[in-house]
Write a protein that binds this ligand. Sequence first.
Ligand code: AMP
Length: 220
Amino acid sequence: MTNNILTIALSKGRIFDETLPLLASANITPLENPETSRKLIIPTNHDNIRVIIVRASDVPVYVRYGAADFGIAGKDVLIEHGDNGLYHPLDLKIAKCRMMVAVRKGFDYASVSQAGSRLRIATKYPNIARDHFSQKGVHVDIIKLYGSMELAPLVELSDAIVDLVSTGNTLKANNLEAVEHICDISSQLIINKASLKLKHLQIQPIITNFTNAVEKNSQQ
Ligand code: AMP
């Protein structure tokens, strides 16, 4: 939280792309594209507003410590890593997808996932997976992966995966199928609590513009 400079933490890819129209609604335009620029601090059309580009799972960390005043993070990241110390006033309804359990096509998930049985689950989301299966009474061995979860059941590293599914194309291309819906995911606005107090005059109009843009989008 540096003096009167407003710092916004975003991750590259879908969140950045889908955030651009929201930023535009608050008259904020990043001056470079993180896909082509190697810069991690991107200036905007306002001298006192900058965007920092960080990994999706690091966005809440930068905001929690005040290195960014606010940011945009997936609900998946907030559930998995916790949202302590963060104010999140608004579901932006962007980067929507579902947290699902998926298995190899033809794998008899219904009979192997009865209460009392034991399954090996590969995932980037060990906390979400553990909670889900403990509610079902299914014992799990969690194998933490950092990417390409879809590979795990194909090479028998795991029985199932817990991962985000958007179009379903990645599952389909790898001969997998979704068998259980854990929760719906979308991106949330997260704000550092001290920034909200100290930079209220700068931040509040942005929240208002984002709120109006989200409402307008959901009416379309
Ligand atoms: P799809 O093929 O459209 O179902 O996308 C699935 C792949 O994209 C998986 O590898 C997911 O981990 C990833 N994915 C889908 N939606 C999101 C999202 N909103 N945020 C981050 N990763 C996602």
